[in-house]
Write a new protein. Structure first.
Length: 192
């Protein structure tokens, strides 16, 4: 087993501990494992020649997300932003820890850390690729569930922000997704 396979095995084993499940195609998967694999799949579609650091980041972007629940932070935007910041640092730290076990050098660990923390967005194309892939995972697997929980106005705002985060390759892929009628209508309003 090479380093990449070993790191993936470590990431996947960790994410399979996710207490929440998602049902997809008649099968149950640990939630964070499922999303990690789907993020990796989107990265591969967006960049078939993706480098090792980007592939590692894609498989560990949200590793162990359940360990820092949103409800342990105050309600509102300030609490949400603090939670997201702390969570990103946790993901980067956990990914680095497991990569070191797999035999990765500090330079590669740092590159993955930069991608997970979304640093140098305008300078590092890998960071934009991961951002595109994250948005596509949201649109493909989480968008419809969120529709029932938010007002139309809030959903349109969320979609506008999501669209703004993506570059053209991500937007082009987003146009290829199969949306529900409600989702298509909301996306149409967001893009007007």
């Amino acid at each position: 087993m090479d380093k990449l396979e070993k790191a993936f095995a470590l990431f996947d084993a960790y994410n399979k501990r996710s207490p929440e499940l998602i049902r997809w195609d008649g099968q149950d998967f640990p939630l964070e494992y499922f999303y990690a694999v789907k993020l990796y799949d989107w990265v591969r579609k967006l960049d078939p020649a993706a480098g090792e650091s980007l592939l590692l980041a894609s498989r560990s972007q949200h590793i162990g997300r359940w360990e820092i629940p949103r409800n342990t932070y105050p309600d509102g935007r300030v609490g949400y932003l603090k939670w997201r910041s702390d969570l990103s640092k946790f993901h980067a730290s956990k990914a680095t820890e497991l990569m070191e076990v797999a035999g990765y050098d500090p330079e590669t660990c740092n590159q993955v850390r930069e991608i997970i923390l979304k640093q140098k967005l305008k300078l590092n194309p890998d960071v934009q690729t991961i951002e595109n892939a994250l948005c596509l995972v949201f649109l493909e697997f989480q968008f419809d569930d969120l529709i029932g929980k938010q007002s139309e106005e809030k959903m349109v705002n969320i979609l506008r922000k999501t669209w703004a985060k993506m570059s053209d390759p991500g937007r082009n892929m987003a146009h290829t997704l199969d949306y529900s009628e409600t989702a298509k209508s909301l996306l149409g309003k967001a893009l007007e």
